[in-house]
Design a protein around this ligand. Structure first.
Ligand SMILES: *[C@@H]1O[C@H](CO)[C@@H](O)[C@H](O)[C@H]1NC(C)=O
Ligand SMILES: *[C@@H]1O[C@H](CO)[C@@H](O)[C@H](O)[C@H]1NC(C)=O
Ligand SMILES: *[C@@H]1O[C@H](CO)[C@@H](O)[C@H](O)[C@H]1NC(C)=O
Ligand SMILES: *[C@@H]1O[C@H](CO)[C@@H](O)[C@H](O)[C@H]1NC(C)=O
Ligand SMILES: *[C@@H]1O[C@H](CO)[C@@H](O)[C@H](O)[C@H]1NC(C)=O
Length: 778
């Protein structure tokens, strides 16, 4: 050990000890209680792993935008501000096509005259839908004068991709696109007809659910607050009821205000509403109005300790997970609550069976607006409101125009169902009460694993993170286990994620923010480690151990060659799965040598790959292993064991073991050698003489003086300081460098002039001081 390094170590440790003595350390040890992701990857790490690509554009083009996944043509269509992009789905950074579609000068002029700001007077493309086999429909705010146009994209089979605006055919976008860029809307294209929920006017007074086709339209009643009351539209989907297309229904998800007794608007509820896709409205009444409009409440709540439930009533995002049986997708809602006692987010899952049951159940009824809602107990007319003109009603009606007035009148006065829809398991499948971040987006992928199907949730946050989570329901205990598999930072800087789309075919996620669109692979099994235990403990349904490494899992029959698959998503039971395979793992235990100075402090580093593993330290006493207990001299930190005042008796071999799901793994053996203080003083003294002779130093500091578990260039003590909440580590580094080391610049200069052998020697000394990790058996 060189004198420089001893001094450097002491310098840094003096700082660390000072810091560690402060109460900050308690908060660090408490934070281990929070749920860590098993893997946390920064933007740079994702980048270096070739797992991500980012499409970036000029300033401000990606505000209030829309996204369309076009698998047929293998394109991702983005409608931005005054622009449309067509990106390559395989690699969104590949050369793209774009269409400029700005508001005209006249439109901008009118917009400014209405008192709007210049940045609002752009054409924000809020709607992009597949229109027919050759064209997309795109609608924009057109400087507060909505416009729609058709985009020629050509047939899916054509190699040369067309992407051009039919500029001779611009239509009014009223009823299809809102006036205001940030106005919420949701749309679905179905058999050439556009279904859209939006505010249709400049002042945002008229909220409606529209269907537009050819020159006809159907909508909700104007100004009917029973139907829609200040709604915020979040999503929509057409879901068939049975094999008869005449029974296909459009479901839309929104929040609205519910009036309380005195007519004031109090709470916000989340609703699921629905209409028949083939609704033609009535003949004499309800002309061009839905005759099948119904809605009910979606509940997402947790039981409180005092019997009062906490309701998550604000729908943030909704995802309809399609399955083989297209009549029964699963519906996932991401909710927030703004309750005074409790702030947080929840994900609830709903089955179509429960949603249909609510619509087939009793209607809600109240005599007067200031009365309570009760079950409607009178006679329900035929055909039952909410049913479609199909064989369901005995084939008596070929269109809703033939419905009797009595049925239409009842439909008009009873849009609300009495029963709310409860989530599956009657509880959220995910709860996030960690303050400080908002959850904004949700997509779900259904993955087949060895022990069943799993819904993998991808949740976007307001600080550039995508959380990849599975939730496992335990029937016996009626509990839900959340497994946070990965936390991915998809943008370089924190920014709210506003769009998220998944291509299950390509296993890619496309994540949008105002900074751009990121493409990211949904799994990278190799990152969990190559050992059987690492792979099993990961519990990632996408991944299994194949006998050599952790790789993508394909269900039986897919690749019959690979019979040897180990995976246990439900329990992560590596002991059972990897029995007899542990021998390999023995070889991976790293060996480290660390020097401590008597009466001073040192860190024995141990960082298992998984952030979810718990760590136990043992000291070897002869043949026995004795567990190391924390006391006032010994602190267990997430980075390792911190010995605050090393004594001679501390010398020995320390063993760090990680436990995850009952699976024990030895991560590292650390041999601690304790140096005599006198001896160190001696070395230090000698060191000063060398300095006095102004000899160039052979040990270029600061180098990691203790072994670092990662190859990252970041110095280990920075980690520790960050960990204990000390942000000003730059100052410490500068200080230490000034006092004990030549600066980086000087060192580079020295490198050029110093004779080679000196460096060889320096490297050797450095090597010893760093006590490089080496692997047993290699
Ligand atoms: C990423 O891709 C580059 C170039 O294609 C390649 O050189 C590099 O090894 C890749 N990195 C990883 C971690 O696969
Ligand atoms: C699709 O719609 C566009 C715009 O109305 C029209 O010009 C085009 O001919 C249609 N294509 C087909 C194949 O019907
Ligand atoms: C729209 O027009 C097309 C062709 O003219 C027709 O086939 C279709 O049924 C019409 N749609 C509606 C909803 O009237
Ligand atoms: C640790 O070493 C530093 C530097 O030599 C010294 O100033 C400090 O007093 C020592 N700490 C203890 C607890 O002995
Ligand atoms: C270490 O500290 C203890 C108590 O402060 C003292 O008694 C002892 O002499 C010190 N040892 C050395 C080698 O300085």
């Amino acid at each position: 050990m060189t004198p420089e390094c001893v001094r450097m170590a002491r310098c840094v440790w003096t700082f660390l000890v000072m810091l560690c003595m402060t109460p900050q350390i308690t908060s660090a040890s408490q934070s281990t209680k929070t749920v860590y992701p098993r893997l946390r990857l920064s933007h740079k790490e994702l980048w270096d792993l070739n797992r991500t690509w980012v499409f970036q554009t000029g300033e401000g083009h990606l505000q209030h935008y829309s996204v369309l996944l076009d698998e047929t043509r293998e394109r991702l269509i983005i409608g931005g501000k005054d622009v449309l992009y067509s990106l390559n789905l395989d690699r969104i950074t590949a050369p793209h096509k774009e269409i400029r579609w700005a508001s005209s000068e006249e439109q901008v002029g009118n917009c400014l005259m209405q008192g709007r700001e210049k940045p609002e007077c752009a054409n924000f493309i809020k709607l992009v839908q597949q229109y027919n086999s050759t064209h997309l429909l795109a609608c924009g705010t057109g400087a507060f004068n909505p416009v729609c146009a058709y985009i020629r994209v050509g047939h899916g089979s054509e190699k040369e991709r067309e992407f051009s605006l039919e500029s001779g055919h611009i239509e009014s976008g009223r009823g299809r696109c809102p006036f205001h860029p940030s106005s919420p809307s949701a749309s679905t294209m179905y058999r050439g007809e556009l279904f859209v929920g939006l505010y249709t006017d400049y002042w945002e007074n008229d909220a409606a659910v529209y269907r537009l086709a050819n020159n006809s339209f159907i909508r909700t009643e104007v100004g009917d607050r029973q139907q829609l009351n200040e709604p915020k539209f979040v999503g929509s989907a057409v879901i068939p009821d049975n094999d008869d297309p005449a029974d296909d229904k459009l479901y839309f998800f929104f929040t609205e205000r519910v009036a309380n007794m005195d007519g004031g608007n109090k709470a916000v509820y989340t609703r699921v509403g629905r209409v028949c896709a083939n609704d033609q409205g009535g003949q004499r009444m309800l002309v061009n109005r839905w005759s099948s409009f119904l809605k009910t409440r979606l509940i997402c709540s947790v039981a409180g300790p005092n019997g009062i439930d906490t309701h998550f009533d604000e729908l943030e995002d909704v995802f309809v997970l399609r399955k083989k049986d297209d009549r029964n997708p699963e519906v996932f809602g991401l909710f927030s609550t703004t309750s005074a006692v409790f702030k947080g987010y929840a994900v609830c899952m709903y089955s179509m069976e429960d949603i249909r049951a609510a619509f087939n159940g009793p209607f809600a009824h109240r005599e007067k607006p200031d009365h309570h809602w009760s079950v409607y107990e009178g006679r329900v007319p035929f055909p039952r409101p909410g049913s479609c003109a199909s064989k369901i009603n005995g084939g008596q009606f070929s269109s809703s125009k033939e419905y009797p007035d009595e049925a239409l009148r009842f439909a008009r006065s009873h849009p609300l169902m009495f029963q709310a829809v409860q989530p599956v398991h009657r509880r959220p499948i995910l709860l996030d009460t960690e303050g400080g971040r908002r959850l904004t987006q949700l997509v779900v992928d259904r993955v087949e694993a060895e022990d069943g199907h799993y819904n993998v949730l991808f949740i976007g946050t307001d600080n550039s993170l995508v959380l990849k989570v599975i939730t496992i329901y335990n029937k016996e205990a009626n509990t839900v286990e959340e497994v946070l598999l990965e936390e991915l930072q998809v943008f370089k800087v924190p920014v709210p994620i506003t769009e998220m789309i998944i291509s299950t075919k390509r296993q890619q996620l496309y994540v949008g923010s105002e900074l751009g669109v990121t493409q990211i692979h949904v799994h990278q099994c190799g990152l969990y480690g190559s050992a059987c235990a690492d792979c099993c403990l990961a519990r990632d349904p996408y991944c299994a151990w194949d006998g050599f490494t952790c790789s993508r899992y394909y269900p039986a029959g897919h690749f019959t060659k690979r019979r040897f698959r180990r995976q246990d998503v439900r329990h992560g039971n590596a002991i059972q799965q990897c029995n007899g395979l542990q021998l390999n793992e023995e070889q991976r235990i790293s060996e480290q040598l660390v020097y401590g100075v008597e009466n001073n402090s040192t860190l024995l580093e141990c960082r298992p790959r998984s952030l979810q593993a718990s760590v136990t330290w043992y000291i070897q006493r002869g043949l026995d292993m004795e567990e190391v207990k924390s006391d006032e001299r010994l602190i267990q930190t997430p980075h390792g064991l911190l010995l605050l005042r090393v004594s001679k008796g501390d010398a020995g071999v320390y063993v760090c073991q990680s436990t995850e799901h009952g699976f024990l793994q030895t991560v590292v053996h650390v041999t601690l050698e304790v140096l005599d203080e006198d001896k160190v003083e001696g070395i230090l003294h000698k060191g000063e003489t060398v300095e006095g002779d102004s000899q160039p130093r052979t040990s270029p500091c600061p180098f990691p003086l203790l072994p670092s578990t990662s190859s990252s260039s970041k110095l280990w003590y920075k980690d520790v300081m960050q960990l204990i909440g000390y942000s000003n580590f730059q100052r410490v580094e500068q200080y230490c460098e000034k006092v004990w080391c030549v600066s980086d610049r000087k060192r580079k200069k020295l490198k050029g002039t110093a004779p080679k052998w000196r460096y060889a020697q320096g490297a050797e000394q450095r090597g010893r001081a760093r006590a490089p990790r080496h692997t047993r058996g290699q």
